[in-house]
Design a protein around this ligand. Structure first.
Ligand SMILES: [Zn+2]
Length: 70
């Protein structure tokens, strides 16, 4: 798996559409989701540049069913 497709907090797939090669950012769950600011606080600046959070670590529950496929 591409490192950009892993959540920097838990190491699970983050289901980021862009990391998976999608051209349309609106295809990503994070476009519509509200990311928990506390989750972002846990990332170092380096980690923020590396990869997206997964829905679980981002504090999003509604989008998780879209991201479970592996
Ligand atoms: Zn995670």
């Amino acid at each position: 798996m591409n490192p950009a497709q892993r959540c920097p907090l838990c190491g699970q797939g983050n289901a980021c559409a862009l990391a998976e090669g999608a051209a349309d950012i609106q295809a990503c769950w994070c476009f519509a989701a509200r990311i928990d600011p506390a989750a972002l606080e846990r990332l170092t600046p380096e980690q923020r540049d590396q990869a997206c959070l997964c829905p679980a670590c981002a504090g999003v529950r509604d989008a998780s069913e879209r991201g479970e496929q592996d």
